[in-house]
Design a protein around this ligand. Structure first.
Ligand code: NAP
Length: 258
């Protein structure tokens, strides 16, 4: 399917690895030029090189997207953008009594206020030009809480509320804003969370992974490639009528009718 976005320009935040990279790769396959961000320049340059081989221009910007300075750097490098994929690392796991105010502020900064500030920066230009796509990577924890990820549950719920209203304020200008909710995907983050299960239960990594797979009807972790394909579709010409939605990609893990 021709996604109809060849020649458009996208910012992909936190995109040198994992789900962000999956989105960047699928957009590059659709002919979208990229401004690619992550903190560590080595993996970022390697990812940019891999994506350039797909025939698009890739501008790497090595900085922390959760800081004001980092966001300014990315936005300056990008100039006029048509597509924004918001992403950042997820907060650490723990128990409800572990977290102090500063922990919440950090999580809110990374997983709620950073994507909101990025949207505030790019939405006016998209609306002026009558076309734009924003995809926020959130989590299945928005639909069904993951108890040990209380910081994530809280911050992403806030972002989801903001998007629900904002998406409807900008849709009339040809701009769509949607969220993608990953269930467990085979990325570094999933390995880190498997490690948490290993520590908590004193089992092996293989046992931890098998335990987590057992509650996924698809019987496996998702891949960054299939996640990226959905992102590229949401950014395509065909998705102009999808507004303010929360698209769950979880292999059926969240046991809910809607
Ligand atoms: P990942 O494999 O660990 O990749 C994270 C990527 O983000 C890397 O490129 C990393 O590069 C970059 N990054 C992290 N923090 C950053 C920051 N502050 N500024 C700029 N770049 C940053 O993670 P993932 O699995 O793709 O997860 C992506 C998001 O989805 C996370 O918020 C995660 O919590 C959420 N999620 C993931 C899963 C899953 O199963 N994988 C499930 C639910 C939700 P640098 O380290 O070099 O910055």
């Amino acid at each position: 399917m021709d996604l109809g976005i060849k020649g458009k320009k996208a910012i992909v935040c936190a995109g040198s690895k994992g789900l962000g990279f999956g989105c960047a790769e699928a957009l590059a396959q659709a002919g979208v030029d990229l401004v690619l961000n992550a903190r560590s320049s080595g993996p970022l340059e390697a990812a940019a090189e891999q994506l350039r081989a797909l025939g698009v221009s890739v501008t790497p910007v090595a900085c922390d997207i959760t800081t004001e300075g980092g966001r300014a750097q990315v936005l300056e490098a990008a100039g006029q953008v048509d597509i924004l994929v918001n992403n950042a690392g997820g907060p650490p796991p723990g128990m409800w009594h572990d977290w102090e105010r500063d922990d919440f502020i950090k999580a809110l900064d990374a997983n709620m206020l950073t994507p909101i500030m990025m949207m505030k920066a790019v939405l006016p230009g998209m609306m002026d030009r009558g076309w734009g796509r924003v995809v926020n990577i959130t989590s299945q924890s928005v639909k069904a809480p993951i108890a040990v990820l209380g910081l994530s549950n809280s911050a992403r719920a806030g972002l989801t509320g903001y998007v629900a209203g904002t998406a409807r304020q900008v849709a009339g200008a040809g701009v769509t804003v949607n969220n993608m909710l990953p269930g467990i995907h085979a990325t570094d983050r999933a390995v880190a969370l498997d490690g948490g299960v290993v520590q908590a239960q004193g089992i092996t990594m293989e046992e931890a992974k098998a335990q987590r797979c057992a509650v996924i009807p698809a019987g496996r972790y998702g891949t960054a490639e299939e996640f990226g394909a959905m992102c590229a579709f949401l950014c395509s010409q065909h998705a102009g009528y999808i507004v303010g939605q929360n698209i769950l990609l979880d292999g059926g893990g969240v046991n809910a009718t809607l």
